[in-house]
Design a protein around this ligand. Structure first.
Ligand code: HEC
Length: 160
């Protein structure tokens, strides 16, 4: 506690010098805050996860033909990226203007962590299934992973 206060104090002192210069030169308006960058990082992670999960969903739903190699590549990417979400919800990114993350993420931490762990586990199981090459099993595992996405969105993401 003591320590973080001191560090914040130092940050403010530095802002006094650097910030004054930035305001004067018109840079302050363009530079996103630390919290805004944290939201950008989180949304970028989800965008890449979504970009890779989309083709899997299309295969499971029969919208595109099933392709075992493509499924494996996409599933491995999602399984690799999902655990990175653990670092993507720092407390100061709560309530930033352009975030769709609900405040419940930081009040119901246990519930949120459980929803995130479900994605991590199911995407790992999906990646493992793609090594077997059994289309029916892979499609079922895609469905289970998709439910983990939806379950969390329903509870912890602001609806568009
Ligand atoms: C543990 C909760 C959780 C899980 C699981 C989850 N999401 Fe999300 N997702 C969120 C939250 C919260 C946001 C809003 C992030 C923000 O705006 O800060 C989000 C945002 C997104 C976005 C929008 C990103 C942007 O640019 O604003 C996409 C796309 C997305 N998720 C796809 C997925 C897919 C696909 C899955 C499953 C493979 C998934 N999510 C699983 C919580 C989750």
């Amino acid at each position: 506690m003591q320590r973080s206060v001191k560090i914040r104090g130092l940050g403010l002192a530095m802002f006094g010098v650097v910030g004054a210069f930035a305001v004067q030169s018109g840079l302050a308006a363009d530079k996103p805050s630390k919290a805004e960058m944290e939201v950008d990082y989180r949304q970028s992670l989800y965008t890449v996860i979504g970009g890779n999960f989309g083709p899997l969903g299309a295969m499971a739903g029969g919208k595109v033909p099933f392709d075992a190699a493509e499924a494996r590549l996409r599933a491995e990417r999602v399984a690799f990226l999902a655990p990175m979400l653990k670092e993507a919800f720092p407390a100061d990114s709560n309530g930033v203007a352009h975030t769709a993350a609900k405040p419940e993420i930081w009040t119901d931490t246990a519930g949120f962590n459980q929803a995130l762990q479900l994605l991590i586990d199911r995407s790992a199981a999906l990646a493992a299934a793609t090594n077997g090459g059994d289309a029916a099993k892979i499609k079922a595992a895609i469905g289970e992973t998709g439910k983990a996405c939806k379950g969390c969105h329903d509870k912890y993401r602001v609806k568009e």
